[in-house]
Write a protein that binds this ligand. Structure first.
Ligand code: ATP
Ligand code: MG
Length: 199
């Protein structure tokens, strides 16, 4: 199974989501790989730092370019049952290649009105490509009107959205460069929802 994690908005938690969901999937017993397609290489840096910090990740991180992502459509490196999470940059052709290659796309977004337009545009790109997708609200501040209003707008548009919301947590931010601790702060629920969605 190939899961794309993308949004044309930058800094919305794509890399964090890729690493946390890959952790949940690997704790579930599956073979997991994170594919880093971002020239900034944040997922790769995370993996390298986790080795330096003696807190290695339970899955490999590999780097691939847009041609290699396109080729995965015929290669199917997941044919052995592996779960592949593709972490995308916020811009470039690799986004549309990943949408076409993925079985399912997760669109992380904060509930901020400033993210809405680009999150909706990303939903449309998935819709146009015929790829199933759902928005995952991250860095959520429980009980705020922005959160309720963002969810309402996405639901009204007919786009898919996870019931799970990932809270804003310093502990999540501070996990960069380390393996996640036992508590995945809601990402285990998102993983369970994802498994249902791709059944
Ligand atoms: N749930 C959270 N709570 C607190 N901080 C978070 C949370 N999720 C992500 N962050 C922080 O937000 C910042 C952006 O996250 P991240 O790098 O995952 O986003 P991105 O979408 O991959 O960014 P880019 O577009 O640059 O690739 C990072 O500092 C990260 O640690
Ligand atoms: Mg990133």
């Amino acid at each position: 199974m190939i899961i794309g994690i993308l949004n044309i908005k930058g800094g919305v938690g794509k890399t964090t989501t890729a690493m946390a969901l890959a952790t949940a999937a690997s704790r579930d017993g599956g073979a997991v790989t994170v594919v880093d397609t971002d020239p900034q290489g944040s997922a790769t840096l995370w993996e390298q730092a986790s080795q330096d910090n003696s807190a290695p990740l339970p899955f490999p991180v590999v780097s691939r370019n847009k041609a290699e992502i396109r080729r995965m459509r015929s290669n199917r490196p997941d044919s052995n049952g592996e779960i592949i999470f593709i972490d995308c940059p916020p811009n470039g052709d690799v986004i549309s290649e990943t949408i076409k290659t993925s079985d399912f796309v997760i669109i992380p977004s904060t509930a901020s009105p400033i993210d809405l337009q680009q999150t909706m545009a990303t939903c449309e790109a998935c819709q146009d490509a015929g790829t199933d997708y759902a928005v995952l609200i991250v860095m959520a501040r429980r009980g705020t009107s922005a959160l309720a209003s963002f969810r309402h707008t996405i639901e009204e548009s007919g786009a898919g959205i996870f019931d799970t919301e990932i809270p804003l947590r310093e502990s999540i931010k501070n996990t960069f460069g380390y393996a996640f601790r036992s508590n995945l702060s809601g990402y285990e629920d998102a993983w369970n929802e994802l498994k249902e969605a791709v059944k």
